[in-house]
Design a protein around this ligand. Sequence first.
Ligand SMILES: Nc1ncnc2c1ncn2[C@@H]1O[C@H](COP(=O)(O)OP(=O)(O)OP(=O)(O)O)[C@@H](O)[C@H]1O
Length: 290
Amino acid sequence: MIEVRDLHMHFGGFRAVDGASLTIAEGSITGLIGPNGAGKTSLFNCIAGVLTPTSGHVLFNGEDITGLKPHELFHKGILRTFQIAHEFSTMTVRENLMMVPANQTGETLWNAWFKRKTIAAEEAALRQKADEVLEFLTISHIADEKAGNISGGQKKLLELGRTMMVDAKIVFLDEVGAGVNRTLLYTIADAIKRLNVERGYTFCMIEHDMEFIKMLCDPVIVMAEGKVMATGSAEGIMQNEEVIEAYLGTGIKNKEATEGLTKDAKPAAKKTAKKAAVKKTAAKKTGDAT
Ligand SMILES: Nc1ncnc2c1ncn2[C@@H]1O[C@H](COP(=O)(O)OP(=O)(O)OP(=O)(O)O)[C@@H](O)[C@H]1O
């Protein structure tokens, strides 16, 4: 379980995360949504060690992990994927997977010369594991493709596959569904669901696509202006007036998210909400100094 307590991430005088508290329960697929600029990525980066928070705490099963670096969190099974998949483009898909586990014997020149048998055995085991991962993700057919040549959606699957090469406990997914065609989106959703149910992975995912959120996430946490404004089921969140207002107020760029969250809102209510939220944002930007 991850517990975030009163987390702040300030950039100069601007409070990107402004006292966020939330829980990611073990075994859940927790969605993190909110309008553009709500602070979701900053919060993710604080939890995953990419940023050191200005204040507040992140606990993992009761242990304070605030400020630990990504490699330290990696060894605890806490991994973060990025919005833009980070693959080694000139290596094959299989080789990309085989690169993930740390502390391989062949990593030093000395061992490469004198421990050849051990290295060969390790490589064979890694190759087998990589092939199992590819099969699980239904992308065995691209094992020998250069990673730079595969589609954006396949890169997202590869990113997910890399988390399977180590014993991941909690995986933070940053817009894993963004820019992916519908068919591949269902493959990704299916892989996430199976990793959750069959292998006990916990997920926390930032997503703008409400259909994707509805397919997978319970609970859904909504952030606005650096704070958690609501937590609940996807259906409940989509009916929540406050949430609808928050989305309208910031002129959200993502069409699907806006449609999903605002289709029931009345036109007059939309106008008032937009004015109120714009005022609130302006006040926040001018009134804060840290
Ligand atoms: N390194 C930084 N320096 C200054 N301001 C930053 C920095 N990173 C983020 N911000 C600001 O913090 C606010 C929150 O950004 P963040 O990326 O966390 O939001 P988000 O909810 O992930 O948005 P989106 O959905 O658009 O990706 C934004 O106003 C952004 O401009």
